[in-house]
Design a protein around this ligand. Structure first.
Ligand SMILES: Nc1ncnc2c1ncn2[C@@H]1O[C@H](COP(=O)(O)O)[C@@H](O)[C@H]1OP(=O)(O)O
Ligand SMILES: [Mg+2]
Length: 332
């Protein structure tokens, strides 16, 4: 299968959602609403999920969608003003949207996983979005646990990471077996991307989360040093980190369990698109024990702990260091 229509629909959905997020930033200072798990959500997260689900469901009405958000909080009577605001932003992409339609589109993302399903993170890195830093709109199609299509829109990412003050806004796209590409969010020719090679010593850098609670910065630093990475990490919110490895700007992305939450299980929507983009750019992704990420067990990566993303050539070395260090470091 070529997955051409799936790819085009995912690109359209990600571009519309990214425009919505940028519009929110231009017009208001978005406030964080606290979810039950105490993580933040904003009008842009809700609006982005509504637009993406509407776009995917129109093209593929039988496909389940597993999205990060649900509309339960927006249905509460005291959230009517917030729902109006979400509807206002959704109308910038879908002019006839009503509040009732918006909540139903958001809840289209409450599907269960099937042999074929979509997963999406309307704003990955909401904390980065709130800080006016990195965030990503992430969409992936999964069939039989294998990611087939992955799209990441990163509105705040410099087009050239070595020129951070120049133009921003990047779209990463990959289809299984067809390679990975990036293009400016504003439009332009897709450019094939490749991970760094073992010879590119200047690219021997690693990326990790800004949030210390989303990883283990000390252990990540020790592992990176042990495989010969001397430079300090580049800290970046969201799956933009996968984009940095896929385009060869970093050789490694480490996400090891935080000592504050050693039993945290990663969510499928925080990884699916990024995994395919890195693999199709020639890189490798496993959990910290070397196992592939398993996208068939529900909304979490229940069988996996920690994530190691690399250019491939340093992967085995990283896993070896982890085998030596893990027993003593995790949970300390
Ligand atoms: N303890 C944790 N360990 C790893 N990731 C986490 C943890 N808690 C939350 N996250 C997720 O990290 C993602 C952001 O990653 P990053 O810091 O790399 O940008 C969010 O989607 C967030 O999920 P959630 O949105 O459910 O809070
Ligand atoms: Mg996320």
């Amino acid at each position: 299968m070529s997955y051409e229509s799936e790819k085009q629909v995912a690109i359209q959905a990600a571009l519309a959602a990214a425009r919505l997020c940028q519009r929110v930033h231009q017009e208001i200072v978005p406030q964080a609403i606290e979810k039950n798990d105490r993580s933040p959500v904003t009008v842009a997260d809700f609006g982005s999920q509504a637009v993406i689900c509407h776009t995917i469901a129109a093209a593929f009405p039988n496909d389940p969608i597993v999205g990060e958000e649900d509309a339960a909080v927006l249905r509460q009577p005291d959230m009517a003003t917030c729902l109006q605001q979400v509807t206002h932003y959704v109308q910038s992409e879908i002019p006839d949207a009503t509040p009732e339609a918006v909540v139903s589109w958001i809840d289209r993302g409450n599907g269960g996983i099937g042999s074929r399903y979509w997963t999406l993170d309307p704003i990955d890195g909401t904390k980065g979005f709130l800080r006016q830093d990195q965030y990503a709109v992430a969409i992936a199609l999964i069939e039989n646990s294998d990611v087939k299509v992955g799209v990441l829109a990163c509105p705040a990412l410099p087009i050239d990471l070595s020129q951070p003050t120049q133009d921003h806004g990047v779209l990463f796209v990959a289809v299984r077996g067809q390679g990975a590409a990036m293009m400016p969010l504003q439009g332009g020719e897709p450019k094939p991307i490749h991970v760094s090679t073992a010879e590119q010593a200047d690219r021997l850098r690693f990326v990790e989360s800004v949030e210390s609670g989303h990883g283990n910065h000390d252990l990540q630093d020790a592992v990176a040093k042990a495989v010969g990475i001397q430079a300090s990490s580049i800290r970046m919110d969201s799956q933009a980190k996968y984009g940095a490895v896929a385009q060869g700007e970093a050789a490694l992305y480490l996400r090891l369990p935080s000592p504050k939450s050693p039993n945290y299980r990663e969510k499928i929507w925080d990884h699916a698109a990024g995994v395919l983009i890195v693999e199709e750019a020639g890189g490798k992704v496993t959990d910290m024990h070397g196992a592939p990420l398993k996208f068939s067990l529900g909304s979490t990566l229940e069988a996996n702990q920690g994530v190691v993303v690399s250019n491939g050539s340093i992967h085995e070395g990283v896993l070896q260091v982890l085998r030596e260090q893990l027993t003593t470091s995790i949970g300390r």
